[in-house]
Structure formats: structure tokens, C-alpha cells
Design a protein around this ligand. Structure first.
Ligand SMILES: NC(=O)C1=CN([C@@H]2O[C@H](COP(=O)(O)OP(=O)(O)OC[C@H]3O[C@@H](n4cnc5c(N)ncnc54)[C@H](OP(=O)(O)O)[C@@H]3O)[C@@H](O)[C@H]2O)C=CC1
Ligand SMILES: CC[C@](O)(C(C)=O)C(=O)O
Ligand SMILES: [Mg+2]
Ligand SMILES: [Mg+2]
Length: 337
């Protein structure tokens, strides 16, 4: 069954223009939502704790910044864009006391609702507007008059108007310019976690690092290994992005195409597929979410160790040196659009 897709003409922007919106969090997604909603004529305030390093940035960019509790009290649409692990406490301390009947609680990712870490009262709308791309791209596309496709879902429709309101919100951040796809919190959460773990972040990072290790351990220069295993990946993925795997295979040499068909399935084989299925099962059962929240509650000891190990991988030192020779790719990771 193909998904339902909604565009600008299907959305009534005035629905969100007529509401007071609080965006809680001003990171990758938060800054993009708050700025683009404001530019779409929506009454926006940003909610951030005292001492948050994001406060100065939001104020410099002309937004009104309040505490999360003040913003939630003022607003009738509350979008939670704090880190997933911070959302439970943020909700209990600052949102729930102000979540009166008829208000709407929005999310950019379904984890806390899907796994029951947050249970809103029955008399509020609960919806999701989840752009399918990093926040900085969401903002950049909006400014360029384009948009990043969004997923839109309703978990609870107390007012009977939750989907129309979520679609209006998606229009306000440019999502319906590209297309907003209707989904559920369950589908968004499980596929998003699977995608980032098995393919986009986990799978791709492990593939790149392992390829780099094999070449350098065999005595090839790290610089050459970096170009082959990481730098050129973007060029190959850009071709897939533009025209699918078929377009990439059309564009590379026949030699590369034959190597792709005959060797690729030896790297990602039946065992890899079995492991991907296990990863999906851990997501579906809630095992991953419970593990991650417990890890965060414990002060993230394993996460910190793994982050340090990742940063110390030899590919990072080689990459830093090479990227400094290519001024057009040497962008700090915190740079905004
Ligand atoms: N990154 C992305 O592109 C995508 C993210 N999402 C989802 O969007 C949500 C936000 O993620 P992301 O934008 O990556 O988050 P970031 O880590 O980039 O930013 C989090 C923001 O929340 C602030 N913050 C931290 N604690 C609190 C709190 N208790 N109350 C209010 N604000 C707080 C941070 O402030 P400070 O600066 O002080 O730390 C920061 O401004 C998540 O649900 C994520 O899964 C969905 C799609 C893509
Ligand atoms: C791929 C990572 C992501 O799911 C995203 C940018 O969509 C995230 O959680 O950051
Ligand atoms: Mg994602
Ligand atoms: Mg994600």
C-alpha cells in the first residue's frame, strides 16, 4: 500500500498562524522549526532552561526565549525538540503542568510516545512532524524556497483537528513544499531507529572504517585509503540520491559496476541481513530504547567510551589533514545554514 502524500495545497497554514507555538529546544531541529515558523507568520516562542548555551543564539536570531515552563504555559501548540533522552523530565517538570484540555503536544521523533516514556492526558492532541533530514538542511531548504519531506502522524486526536494542525505546522517549516507523508508514531520511530543504526549512521560508519583499516593494514597510504573509503562515498551517494542505485551504476565505470554486483554481496551478506533483523527486533521490542534511556540515566558511561574510541580512530586524523587542504569541505560540524 503506497503512502498518502500531502502538499502545500492540502495544508491550511492559517491553522498554525492562528495558534501560539512553543518550540522547546534550539538545536539542529529546534532552530530550523522556530525560525521557519516565524518566517511563515507564526507566533513562536522558544523554551530553553536557564544556562542553556542555545539561549544566546535564539535571541541573536530575533526570537523570544522563555523557560520551557513559561513557553508551555503561554502556548497552545508545544513542540518538543530537546534531545530524546531529556524529553521525559522536560515533559514532567515543565510541560505537563500546563498541558490543559485542547492544547496540542508535538514531537519531531516518536521515541518517547512509542515506548511509553511520556503519556499525555487524553484531552490533548498528540502529533508528530518529523523532517526526513538534518535540521540545518531543513532550514537551508526553507530559506531557498524549497523544503525537506516530512513525516506527519497523529497519536491522539482529542480535538478532531490534530492532523490538519500538524499539516499546517509542516507547511510552516517548508515540509509540504516537498511532500508530507502520513505515518504513525510506531512506523516513524521504528524505521527511523533502524535506518540510523543499520544503514545511515551505524552501517555506513562501520563500512567506511573497516574499508580504511583493510587498506592501511595492507600498507597503502592512509590518505589514499581516506579518499577511496570516505571522501568518494559522498560522490557515489549523491548519484544514488539523484537517480537511485541504477543511476550510480550507470555513471561509474563498467569495471566498478561489475565489482559492485560480484563483490558487494560478499561484504553485506546473509549474516549481515540476519544481524539487521536482530537489530530491528530489538527496536520493535523496546529493548534498544530501554537500554539507551538506562545508559543516559547512568551518566552515559558506555556512550562516552564509544564516542572517544570513534574520535580516536586513525581515519579522523587523516581526514582532518586532508579536509584542511579542501577549503570547500572543511566546515565545522556546528556551522548552521
Ligand atoms: N538532528 C536531526 O536532524 C533530527 C532530529 N530529530 C529529532 O528532533 C529532536 C531534537 O533533536 P536535535 O535537534 O538533534 O537535538 P539537539 O541535540 O541538536 O538540540 C537539542 C536542543 O535542546 C536543548 N535542550 C537540552 N535540554 C533541554 C531541556 N531540558 N529543555 C529544553 N531544551 C533543552 C539544547 O540546549 P543546549 O544548547 O543548552 O544543549 C538544544 O538547544 C529529537 O527528538 C530528535 O530525535 C528528528 C529528525 C532529525
Ligand atoms: C539519520 C539520523 C536521524 O535519524 C536524522 C537526521 O534523521 C537523527 O536522529 O538525527
Ligand atoms: Mg531520521
Ligand atoms: Mg533519528
Amino acid at each position: 500500500m503506497s503512502a498518502e502524500v500531502f502538499y502545500d495545497d492540502d495544508a491550511d497554514l492559517s491553522l498554525i498562524q492562528g495558534r501560539k507555538v512553543a518550540v522547546l529546544g534550539y538545536g539542529s531541529q529546534g532552530h530550523a522549526h522556530a525560525l521557519s515558523l516565524r518566517d511563515s507568520g507564526v507566533d513562536v516562542r522558544v523554551g530553553l532552561p536557564e544556562g542553556s548555551k542555545s539561549r544566546a543564539k535564539a535571541e541573536e536570531q530575533g526570537l523570544r526565549v522563555l523557560s520551557p515552563a513559561e513557553a508551555s504555559a503561554e502556548a497552545d501548540v508545544i513542540m518538543i525538540l530537546a534531545p530524546d533522552t531529556a524529553q521525559r523530565t522536560l515533559y514532567t517538570e515543565s510541560v505537563e503542568p500546563h498541558l490543559t484540555a485542547g492544547k496540542a503536544l508535538f514531537f519531531g521523533h516518536g521515541l518517547n510516545i512509542r515506548y511509553g516514556f511520556i503519556t499525555p492526558p487524553a484531552d490533548v492532541d498528540v502529533a508528530m512532524v518529523a523532517p526526513k533530514g538534518p535540521g540545518h538542511l531543513v532550514r537551508r531548504q526553507f530559506v531557498d524556497g524549497k523544503g525537506v519531506p516530512c513525516l506527519v502522524a497523529v497519536e491522539q486526536d482529542a480535538t478532531g483537528n490534530a492532523f490538519a494542525l500538524a499539516l499546517a505546522y509542516a507547511a510552516g517549516i517548508g515540509g509540504t513544499r516537498a511532500g508530507a507523508i502520513r505515518t504513525t508514531f510506531k512506523e516513524e520511530t521504528e524505521t527511523d531507529l533502524f535506518g540510523e543504526q543499520a544503514v545511515l549512521c551505524g552501517g555506513a560508519s562501520a563500512l567506511v572504517q573497516t574499508g580504511f583499516e583493510v587498506l592501511t593494514e595492507a600498507g597503502y597510504a592512509p590518505e589514499i585509503a581516506y579518499f577511496e573509503c570516505l571522501h568518494e562515498l559522498k560522490l557515489i551517494v549523491d548519484l544514488m540520491y539523484e537517480g537511485g542505485i541504477a543511476r550510480m551504476r550507470y555513471s561509474v565505470s563498467d569495471t566498478a559496476e561489475y565489482g559492485d554486483y560480484s563483490r558487494g554481496p560478499r561484504v553485506v551478506d546473509a549474516r549481515t541481513k540476519e544481524e539487521m533483523k536482530k537489530i530491528l527486533a530489538e527496536i520493535q521490542s523496546g529493548e534498544f530504547a530501554r537500554e539507551w534511556i538506562a545508559e543516559d540515566d547512568a551518566g552515559r558511561p558506555n556512550f562516552t567510551k564509544l564516542r572517544e574510541q570513534g574520535a580516536a580512530h586513525p581515519i579522523e586524523e587523516t581526514g582532518q589533514k586532508l579536509r584542511s587542504m579542501m577549503s570547500w569541505v572543511d566546515r565545522p560540524i556546528t556551522e548552521t545554514a
